[in-house]
Design a binder for this molecule. Sequence first.
Ligand SMILES: [Mn+2]
Length: 323
Amino acid sequence: MSGSKPFNLSSLLAGCYDNIYIFTHVRPDGDAIGSSLALANALKTEHKNVEVFCPDVIPSRYSFLPGVETFQDSFIPKEGKGMAFILDCSDLRRLEYMGEKVLRLDRIVNIDHHVTNEKFGDLNLIDSSAASTGEIIYRILQNDYELNYEISLCLYVAISSDTGSFKYENTTPQTMEIAARLLEKGVNPFYVSQKIFDEYPVSTIFLLRDALGTLQFDETGKIAWMAVDDALLRKRQANSAELDGFVNYVKNIESVEVGIFFHHTDFEETKVGFRSKTVDIASVAHALGGGGHPRAAGCTIKGRPEEVVKIVLQSVSRLISKG
Ligand SMILES: [Mn+2]
């Protein structure tokens, strides 16, 4: 986002739009959900037709967020002029089946912090130095809107999620300053972290035990990976949202530079998550049709599971040997 000219949300919305649609990505994380709801809650104070969409289920640990029950997983544009805000999505593929319909709306505002953002909007507010999309939304809202408790709570969830509770290297003095402003609005960090980080269903722990059982290393010890499939999710009566964060166990191993998590689905398609300590893993994810951040990225690859694993390991090995 060009820091020079302050972006004014009210003047953008003065363009007489009948409907405002806010979209965020498949496999939504705290930043996706929190920043979408913060924007929705703010815009609803002066606009009556504001809706939020996500092509996926919202993990139950976010059910305490104000407005979370209004998320819809199918999108049918209404009569009249429509404006779309697309949050935390590096490309429209992240909206899966909704992406194509979104493109037909009258105006697309793309708000994101991924380095790989494809700038698909009519207006692109991209700041890859921001730790989260929530941080960008905070800066946008702060000029024109009263940040009440509800909005502040959503923003805090967004920011604390994408910084891993303020411990990743994207955490800056600005991140901490914004968090401080949100605490002044009544946000309770202990309450939030209990809800989103420190409590999980029993099924998640069993799933993690199974996943850890698949842990493997390459011959250098710098690449490690785990893999699960849909059959295992069914066996554990778990949903795919519960796999969130498993890849960190792989990355956090001492010798490991890149941790990879494979989720093989029933449709000959594998969702791949990457975490890196040193190398720019976003380049690999992007080359494989996905995207992300230098230290956290992902992609989806079609093909037989063992072939996908082979392709991915080759790409990551090449990257590490170059670096
Ligand atoms: Mn994000």
